[in-house]
Write a protein that binds this ligand. Structure first.
Ligand code: PMP
Length: 424
């Protein structure tokens, strides 16, 4: 493996590199791979960890005597809110435990804002001519498609190592009253792994906004999903917003999708007292209560906040080796060539790979032809990746040996696409 940066190679060296890359790629296509690194799904072994749910709950009531089989309890079972309130850093009164999907809760919140206006009694967003949302990018594709589905104009803002680029954010929100909110994944962001610092959260909470119902959708999907010994604590945006005099600015979301079962877990929403009553008021128009039996079986599976922490350590033991394998394969094949950079996340579900500008879509199509499915080019950006350089890798679902195989294949495609581009 030559480690001269491609940009410093002589034309002859580059031609030789391109020929070698073509021949490795031809070998790769002959292997008939069928691998998928597209979505951040837990592997079957991770789901097995929560198979205790199959025989729970063992009682029909929680610790307060609530019969989980009956209607009622719109806010969700108190025992479960106690456990997850502790883990998420919010009081159980300010936490709602709902159905299986936090994305559905995000959609609910946007529907309520759209039709009824926010907790502060502002105009329904749907009555506005233009509504814009800030989208720190690269970010989570489903966030961007959700706001876009409302007809909201997604405005990309760059990500830094500490979270969204606040100079850009502050300048935009101060001037433009049509910017009604923004997406943030505060802990181990999808896909960059970035953790928002307390300082960034304090600025987000305090910044003046031209829209007085400016709302931050704070999606803490990976709050507890550490890949190292350090349990990075999430910044407390809800508390910071209360302190800064904008108590209703933050709505937090989380779920057990990657703690228990992705298809049958519990999702959470948290916010100010006014936000929680506003959400429950609208929710109550269509629901007499959530699946409290599912809440109770989660209480019985975990027992306590520490029970959840111990459970997450088991996830980590299963997936940290896959992340290490990604780094090892990329380092082995790409280090020193000046054609790729990638993240080494301390938590979450993704690695963000930046290839030579202008080659990400080529890499993805080469990989597809070689039997390796990657998330479509540009999907981590609203609209398109302006530099065509970002690729999101999701290594949790395939078995370890497939992750290794897939990453070697991806590296081969990165080398070929870069050599083609530079050899012109
Ligand atoms: N938010 C983020 C940032 C995610 O990456 C995902 C899953 N990929 C979700 C939300 C989905 O959450 P849920 O399963 O609770 O709907």
């Amino acid at each position: 493996v030559p480690t001269t940066p491609l940009s410093q190679m002589s034309p002859d060296e580059l031609t030789a590199f391109l020929d070698a890359a073509r021949s490795s790629y031809d070998d790769l296509t002959r292997r008939g791979l069928s691998l998928d690194l597209t979505r951040g799904k837990p592997a079957p072994e991770q789901l097995d960890l929560a198979d205790g749910l199959m025989s729970l709950p063992t009682t029909t009531t929680d610790s307060t005597g609530t019969d989980v089989r009956n209607y009622g309890g719109l806010q969700g079972l108190g025992d479960l809110r106690d456990i997850f309130g502790e883990l998420l850093g919010v009081h159980a009164d300010r936490l709602v435990a709902g159905g299986t999907s936090s994305l559905v809760m995000m959609r609910d919140v946007l529907v309520d804002l759209w039709l009824k206006g926010g907790p502060g009694g502002g105009r329904p967003w749907g009555a506005e001519e233009t509504v814009k949302f800030l989208c720190p990018s690269p970010g989570y594709d489903r966030h961007f498609t959700l706001t876009s589905w409302f007809g909201i104009e997604n405005v990309p803002v760059p990500m830094t190592d500490e979270g969204p680029d606040l100079d850009a954010v502050e300048a935009l929100v101060a001037e433009d009253p049509t910017i009604k909110g923004m997406w943030v994944v505060p802990t181990y962001a999808n896909p960059t792994g970035t953790v928002v610092s307390d300082a960034v959260a304090a600025r987000l909470a305090a910044m003046p906004t031209a829209a007085d119902d400016f709302t931050i959708l704070w999606d803490n999907a990976y709050a507890l999903h550490h890949l190292t010994d350090t349990e990075h604590r999430s910044a407390d945006l809800i508390g910071a917003c209360a302190e800064a005099g904008h108590p209703d600015r933050a709505v937090m979301f989380a779920s057990t999708s990657k703690i228990s079962w992705a298809g049958a877990g519990v999702a959470f929403l948290a916010g100010s007292e006014a936000t929680v009553s506003w959400y429950l008021h609208h929710l109550g128009q269509g629901s007499i209560g959530p699946d409290k039996a599912n809440h109770l079986r989660h209480v019985q599976l975990f027992g306590s906040a520490d029970g959840v922490r111990e459970h997450m350590a088991k996830h980590r033991a299963l997936i940290a080796p896959k992340f290490a394998a990604v780094d090892k394969a990329l380092t082995h094949s790409l280090a020193g060539l000046g054609i790729a950079e990638w993240t080494r996340p301390k938590g979450g579900y993704f690695v963000s790979l930046d290839v030579l500008p202008g080659t990400a879509s080529r890499v993805i199509s080469l990989a597809k032809d070689a039997g390796v499915a990657l998330t479509p080019a540009g999907s981590a950006f609203p609209g398109a990746d302006p530099e065509d350089r970002n690729i999101r890798l999701a290594p949790t679902f395939p078995p370890l040996d497939s992750v290794v195989e897939a990453m070697e294949a991806v590296a081969t495609c990165v080398r070929l696409a870069a050599a083609e581009k530079l050899a012109g």
